[in-house]
Design a protein around this ligand. Structure first.
Ligand code: ZN
Length: 161
C-alpha cells in the first residue's frame, strides 16, 4: 500500500545531525505512527514520505526551513532573576516549561549573571539540517473516527474510546 493523504503510517526512524550525531531514534521503542497529510509531522518529513510504499527504506535530508525553522535571535532574551524565585539553583543548560502566547514551550538557560537569566526559546532543533533514515513498517487507511479527529487511534495513537 502507498502513502497518500489520509493513510495511517508507521515508520522506524533514526535522526542524525549533519555532524553525524544521533539525535533521536525509534530503535528499541515503538514505531512512530501518524496520520499522513494533515500536518502532523514537520513539512519536510511529510513531503519525503508522500507516495512511498510499505517496506521501503530510504533517507530524507531536510533543511531547517522545512523542519523546525531557522534560529531566531529575538527568542534569546534576558529575564530578571527574581522571575525564577521558585528555582533554587539556575544553571546553563537547564530547561524550563514557560507559558507563552503560543502555549507552553520549553526554554533553555544559556547564560546566568547576578541580575539576569538569559533564556533561549528556540526549538532545540531549530537551525539544523535533519537527516532521517526511515523504514515504512505499516500503511493502512484511516478509519472514519480518525479522520474526524485528525489523529491516529489505537497503538501509537490516542487511546480514547
Ligand atoms: Zn481521537
Amino acid at each position: 500500500m502507498q502513502i497518500v493523504k489520509n493513510t495511517v503510517v508507521s515508520i522506524d526512524y533514526t535522526l542524525t545531525s549533519d555532524a553525524g550525531e544521533v539525535l533521536d531514534t525509534s530503535k528499541g521503542a515503538s514505531p512512530l505512527v501518524y496520520l499522513h497529510g494533515v500536518g502532523g509531522l514537520i513539512p519536510g518529513m511529510e513531503k519525503g514520505l508522500d507516495g512511498r510504499h510499505l517496506g521501503e527504506a530510504f533517507k530524507i535530508k531536510i533543511a531547517a526551513g522545512d523542519a523546525y525553522g531557522e534560529r531566531r535571535g529575538e527568542l534569546v532574551q534576558p529575564v530578571p532573576r527574581d522571575k525564577f524565585a521558585g528555582a533554587t539553583e539556575i544553571k546553563v543548560g537547564q530547561q524550563f516549561q514557560a507559558q507563552t502566547p503560543q502555549g507552553p514551550q520549553v526554554v533553555t538557560v544559556v547564560a546566568v549573571d547576578e541580575t539576569n537569566v538569559t533564556i533561549d526559546a528556540n526549538h532545540p532543533l531549530a537551525g539544523q539540517t535533519l537527516n532521517f533514515d526511515v523504514k515504512v513498517v505499516d500503511v493502512r487507511l484511516a478509519t472514519e473516527g480518525e479522520l474526524q479527529h485528525g489523529h491516529v487511534h489505537g497503538p501509537g495513537g490516542h487511546q480514547h474510546q
